[in-house]
Design a protein around this ligand. Structure first.
Ligand code: ATP
Length: 218
């Protein structure tokens, strides 16, 4: 197992590939595989075997030459590296259309991301029940977030309200934020921020489709 200091240097793209390997290994385990070679894993995920070997060798010597990687063990090691071999308490702020959909999405809890608190500032929503969770007043974040041991905040308020909400969750002690609002949030260096912007993803797809079309001479 690699040291924490070493793990801190892993690039975002490697972390992304670890998540991809983890999902591939979950599927392989279900299909009954005990071991998998770097070549097979690379083929499934459209990567090169050298890339897979390089990524995995960084974390210790998992593989056995000729036999490949033990699926279960590799899965457990990656889960430990990603910190998903445990549950994380999550708070969601803004239970509008996007927020409600995320609260209803069962996969998060299955993967250990458990929504414990929901906040909103709309008096009509405060006190309502969403999948068994009573919506709290956003004004109570500072006391409820530490009380419920929340590690991750999911922000699903409109862009205009996002920075203020973000500052509030940080003041409450949260150091990891997933932001769905279409704005660039400012956070201190010791806070981890990920942005989920579907419009940007769709633009990427639109670019890919657009550039597959035959060029029209001007
Ligand atoms: P709906 O129409 O149900 O409100 P929506 O997704 O269109 O859904 P948005 O305007 O995007 O609504 O707001 C998302 C949610 O964020 C709403 O529930 C809204 O009440 C809440 N919200 C807005 N501002 C804040 C704030 N400052 N703090 C907490 N929640 C907020």
């Amino acid at each position: 197992m690699a040291t924490n200091r070493k793990l801190r240097k892993i690039s975002d793209s490697t972390i992304h590939r670890l998540s991809i390997y983890y999902r591939a290994l979950l599927a392989l385990e279900k299909e009954g595989y005990d071991t998998i070679s770097s070549k097979e894993l690379a083929k499934r995920e459209k990567l090169t075997p050298a890339q897979v070997r390089k990524d995995l060798s960084f974390f210790g010597s998992f593989g056995t030459r000729g036999l490949g990687y033990p699926v279960k063990q590799l899965m457990q090691e990656i889960a430990e590296i990603l910190g998903i071999n445990r549950a994380w308490n999550v708070a969601l702020i803004g239970v509008g259309n996007v927020g409600s959909a995320l609260v209803s999405y069962k996969e998060f809890a299955k993967q250990g991301f458990v929504i414990r608190l929901i906040f909103d500032n709309d008096q009509r929503k405060i006190g309502s029940n969403h999948k068994g969770i009573i919506v709290s007043d956003v004004a109570d974040m500072a006391s409820l977030i530490p009380e419920h041991n929340i590690s991750i905040a999911v922000i699903t308020v409109p862009g205009s309200a996002a920075q203020k909400v973000c500052d509030g969750v940080i003041e409450s002690g949260v150091r990891a934020i997933l932001n769905f609002a279409p704005v660039n949030l400012r956070v201190p260096n010791d806070v981890f921020l990920r942005n989920e912007n579907m419009a940007i993803e769709l633009e990427h797809l639109s670019f890919s489709l657009r550039n597959q079309e035959p060029m029209i001479a001007e």
